[in-house]
Design a protein around this ligand. Sequence first.
Ligand SMILES: [Zn+2]
Length: 470
Amino acid sequence: MLKRTLKVRLYPTGWQKQALKELQIRCAKLWNRANYLVRQEFFKSGNILSYETVYNLVKNSPEYKALPTDIAQAVLKKLAESWKSFKELKKLEKKGKLPKHIKKVSPPKYFKDRKQNKTLPMSVIPILAPRSYSLGDFYFDVVVPKDFKQTYPIKKRLEFLATYKIPYTSYKFKRAEILNKNGRWYVHISVEAPKKEVKPKERVNYAGIDLGVRNLIVLAIYDVKRKLIRVYQFKSKELWKEWKYWTKKIAQYQSKLAKSGHKGKSLRLRKLYEKRQERLKLAIQQMANKIVQILERYNVKEVFVGDLTGIREGKNYGRELNKLLHNFWIRKQIEEILKYKLEEVGIDWSPIPEGYTSQICFNCGSKTIRPRRHFVVCQRCGKLHSDINGAINILKLGLKLKHLEWKKIREVHLIWKRKGTNRWVFKYLRIYKKHKDKVLVRTLANNPPVVVVHKDYCPKSSPAFLMRGG
Ligand SMILES: [Zn+2]
């Protein structure tokens, strides 16, 4: 199981902040009362009361009853954990093995300002189980004490506007804690996600990822053993066509609205914008899935990533494509989705510091010229697609190698097939070989026309993948 913390940002309104602060105070009061009992016993006998004992001692107190059960019990659990760690540190202290940053071991303290004799708010509001909270589309809600419903405009639960990202396909919610950090409110939810079984020994290869001129992403995988570089180009052209299709629809509808003298917001227009964004997001997500699938198949353990969000020197995407590829939101999306997906399967994500250049030839390191946007020419090595050159350069930078030992480059082109399939499908294959005098030679790939666009499309069964050269 992958134990992770899901961080959710909450946006409480004015009165909601008041309610949260009151909850914090109530938690602190229960903590203080229970902690008093444990401390008394500890100083008298040296024994630490168990959670059950403390629970039985305080369960009828007004402090306990002032909170919903799942919050009250979570406070007591936190107290018990705090005492447990105190006990463990004491043991270490006796053995003289205390970590250096801990100077003094003291029992759990009260949330109290002694000078003013005031209860201080507890740092977190713990919630024991997911039955007492829920996370939905843009909201988070939590149970509250019954009397809150008289003081605040609450019907059932206290509901906040919330934003978050869930990087897992399947997960289980555990305990949660609401906290305030620098004036911002968050809820941290412990989640358990199934971990993929990995045999680290099998993973031996490296990959580089970069933005492309004619590609949404270019992926270069280095097969260390076979001295083979596999390049995957995720072509942006088809995606761009679809983007244009929706943009046109939006424009058409806008002019229709203008003609009819419509004023104010239009629901249909908003939906069209939403649709355009959704379609793009779907393509990005499918691309990330495909990339993970490819990386796993070729036993990649670490991926070096170029600057996916910055605007880089020497990259001119063309006027129209610029609009799509230079959109920061899209690039951020690509980066985040990819990062999460790789983490999930345990592949390392290593960003390459900014300031690298894609103007040099990956093969010999000499400066390239660029007669056209999409290809570079090296005086020694010949013509090469500039996107491939970029991705392999990232790979080289990550491996800190001046020279890559390679014999062959297999370049696979994938396009976004939207009609019927919504998948990235194989388009064609190209192979480069290294000549004796170190010149790249583009060889004729046995490039069969592929018409595999069925629902159960699988690259493994596609003829191009069957003939793995090597
Ligand atoms: Zn060269």
